[in-house]
Design a protein around this ligand. Structure first.
Ligand code: NAD
Length: 341
């Protein structure tokens, strides 16, 4: 369906089914370590079967589910296993799973022998359009994603058949990030969701959302400038996520409503139709009852803050983005728009 490149470093292949050869052509590779989680065992088995036709030795290491995998203990255990297996400089780490797995597998690949090849097979929509794209890897230590490394996967294999089959809550979470890509850079994505609702064809919206992230990240690998636009909906969204514990994609949806309201106040952006689209997909648009003090406290501590105060990604119109400091009144306005007063 699509082949998207991030410079020379990373190749993202989007298709129906997995290709018969998973690994990039390269000399010297002898082994692969597949890191995965129990709920996607069937997919990991498929990947392993293909890898066995390419390689002498393929090892599966199953880690605890969700973010329980993103810990020092798990990383330490993986290093022990890789030492025992004698995983060398020319070998490959393959992550099969959602964003938690790809963050962990990427981090292990980035740090083992100061960096070996990583290949990702994301199995959630959020993993496919966001977590596995762009080279941010990491674990949770002393806070979420505070320890990590930038390390591009050599190849990312997105199987749309897998994404079509994921449970609705995961589909909704992915839709929030895909719609975000639409608002910051690609109106065609928004048209697809307006026309088809949550069943918007993944063959169209997934490659387009990946292309948005790939293009932004290709220009700004380490988040000095333009990469910040990917945080649309994330400033307030992260605050709500850490106070309430709701899933990331849902928090981003609510965060976009808040950012839409601030954008409306400052630039006359049509925040109403943004909210309407998210609601029509079944995404949450309010966090009524959440403590305003608690959210503001988290927002102020956000690791992406600067000396200039809280900055937000705002829309002057669709695909016209600015990243600007906001006033306390504007933050209040954004929070009020999602029922936090
Ligand atoms: N590196 C980045 O740029 C980046 C960006 C966004 C999010 N993330 C990280 O991604 C993680 C969240 O990722 P996620 O939303 O994919 O959740 P997840 O990886 O925690 O997976 C959620 C659940 O779905 C299961 N699952 C995965 N694929 C499935 C499938 N095909 N069918 C059924 N179940 C499946 C998982 O085993 C898990 O139980 C967080 O750790 C977050 O920090 C990283």
């Amino acid at each position: 369906v699509a082949r998207i490149l991030i410079g020379e470093q990373s190749e993202i292949l989007v298709d129906r089914g997995l290709p018969s050869r998973l690994l990039p052509e390269r000399d010297g590779r002898e082994q692969a370590v597949v890191i995965s989680q129990a709920p996607v065992r069937r997919i990991a088995d498929q990947v392993i079967e293909r890898l066995r036709s390419e390689l002498g030795a393929v090892h599966l290491i199953e880690v605890p589910d969700r973010d329980a995998a993103k810990t020092w203990q798990v990383v330490g255990g993986l290093y022990d296993d890789m030492a025992r297996l004698n995983i060398g400089r020319h070998d490959t780490v393959v992550g099969v799973g959602g964003g938690a797995v790809t963050d962990l597998a990427g981090f292990v690949a980035a740090t083992w022998l100061r960096g070996i090849e990583a290949v990702m097979v994301p199995t959630t929509a959020l993993g496919a359009v966001d977590a596995s794209i762009g080279g941010k890897t990491g674990i949770n230590h002393a806070g979420k994603n505070l320890v990590g490394a930038f390390w591009h996967p050599r190849r990312v294999l997105v199987d749309l058949d897998t994404l079509d089959a994921i449970p609705l809550p995961l589909r909704l979470e992915g839709a929030a990030e895909i719609v975000k890509a639409g608002f910051i850079a690609d109106p065609v994505i928004l048209d697809e969701y307006r026309r088809h609702g949550i069943s918007a064809p993944l063959d169209v919206v997934v490659p387009r959302a990946i292309a948005v992230k790939a293009e932004v990240v290709g220009e700004d690998f380490r988040e000095g400038g333009r990469r910040a636009i990917l945080n649309f909906g994330h400033t307030i969204g992260h605050g709500i996520e850490s106070v309430t514990g709701i899933p990331h994609g849902y928090a981003v949806s609510i965060g976009m409503v808040a950012a839409g309201a601030v954008s409306a106040g400052r630039y006359g952006f049509d925040g109403g139709s943004l909210t309407e689209l998210l609601a029509s997909l079944g995404l949450p648009i309010s966090s009524a009852g959440t403590s305003k003090e608690a959210v503001l406290d988290k927002v102020a501590r956000d690791k992406k803050r600067t000396a200039a105060g809280v900055r937000m990604v705002l829309l002057r119109s669709i695909a016209d983005v600015v990243v600007e400091p906001v006033t306390t009144d504007e933050l209040d306005l954004g929070l009020a728009a999602v029922g936090i007063e």
